[in-house]
Design a binder for this molecule. Structure first.
Ligand code: PSU
Ligand code: MN
Length: 307
């Protein structure tokens, strides 16, 4: 069976030339931000990648085809669509086999990027261990994917809607390098610090790229999580968010929200409870991650010995 894989023209050209490519996810568009800011952000992120000498590859499943790079019309269609499936490792193959359409989460985007030979991926935040996981067992498949698929994922850490200490524990158990960029602390998405130390710290894109190459050379499975703090001018104080996160989490519990719906529900409620301030910060950090991911991808695309 041949894979139903389609490359956009610019991604196909970058593959042929061997130049840097950065994968981008689509669940952030369909389930992470409201329209029209979702498509505006997706376009800005693609432009950011292009301005740093790399080619953006936004990934999604459209009518049974795994798209590596979307046209502007495809991006717009996805951004406006309602009820789009949110695909992860468990259901991406079934969606493709049925000829369906869906947005890819971090886990599914990593799988697609790897199939396409793309080793760097920029997003906002990864999924993790949810608060209350002791009872709900809600742990994102993103963590397991980082342990097995060799893609470097640049995120702004993980949201404080998650249990961050448990998220770091699971990543450690699964052998995922967690690298804070330019600081010692693990960032918490809207805030530069979670109050937790990151296991690793690196200060340059070149260091991150060479750590990735060393893992490949050693035959270690899995990727790396680069936790890039939100730019200081866009940061939201963690103290002011804490009560809003507690409120949203309690509402989710009361409404019996579970499974795939938990993360989108919490993101939407936080957007409402902060009067949109969470979205402004979210856009700033995604752009910042796209910039760093592009630099890492450029380092990895350089022919060896030319450094
Ligand atoms: N966290 C965010 N923004 C997002 C997501 C997570 O701050 O948009 C999305 C990503 O696509 C991530 C997914 O892979 O939610 C995780 O969902 P779950 O917790 O159901 O695994
Ligand atoms: Mn989940």
């Amino acid at each position: 069976m041949t894979l139903p894989l389609d490359f956009s023209a610019e991604v196909a050209a970058a593959r042929t030339a061997g130049t840097a490519i950065v994968a981008l996810e689509s669940t952030i568009i369909t389930h992470g931000m409201p329209y029209p800011q979702n498509v505006e952000t997706a376009r800005l992120v693609e432009a950011e990648v292009r301005s740093h000498a790399a080619t953006p590859a936004t990934i999604a499943v459209l009518n049974g085809r795994l798209k590596i790079g979307l046209s502007d019309a495809e991006l717009e269609g996805l951004a406006q669509a309602t009820g789009v499936a949110k695909l992860s490792r468990a259901d991406i193959a079934a969606c493709l086999a049925r000829g369906g359409t869906g947005a890819t989460t971090v886990a599914a985007t990593m799988i697609a990027a790897h199939l396409a030979g793309v080793s760097v991926f920029a997003t906002g935040g990864i999924g993790g261990v949810h608060k209350g996981a002791k009872d709900s067992f809600d742990i994102s498949a993103d963590l397991g994917e980082l342990a097995i698929t060799p893609v470097t994922v640049v995120a702004a850490g993980a949201k404080a809607i998650l249990d961050l200490p448990k998220t770091l524990e699971v990543l450690e158990t699964r052998g995922v390098p967690v690298i804070a960029f330019g600081q010692d602390d693990f960032p918490a998405f809207w805030s530069r610090s979670s109050g937790l130390m990151a296991p690793l710290r690196m200060d340059t894109a070149a260091e991150i790229a060479s750590a990735y190459q060393m893992r490949r050379a050693m035959g270690l499975s899995g990727g790396q999580l680069v936790a890039n703090p939100i730019p200081i001018e866009a940061e939201i104080n963690a103290m002011s968010l804490a009560p809003l996160i507690a409120k949203a989490t309690q509402e989710a519990e009361e409404k019996g929200v579970s499974g795939k719906s938990v993360t989108p529900f919490l993101l939407q409620r936080l957007f409402e409870l902060t009067d949109g301030a969470s979205l402004t910060a979210n856009i700033a950090l995604v752009l910042n991650n796209a910039h760093l991911a592009s630099e890492i991808a450029v380092c990895l695309a350089k022919p060896r010995g030319n450094d």
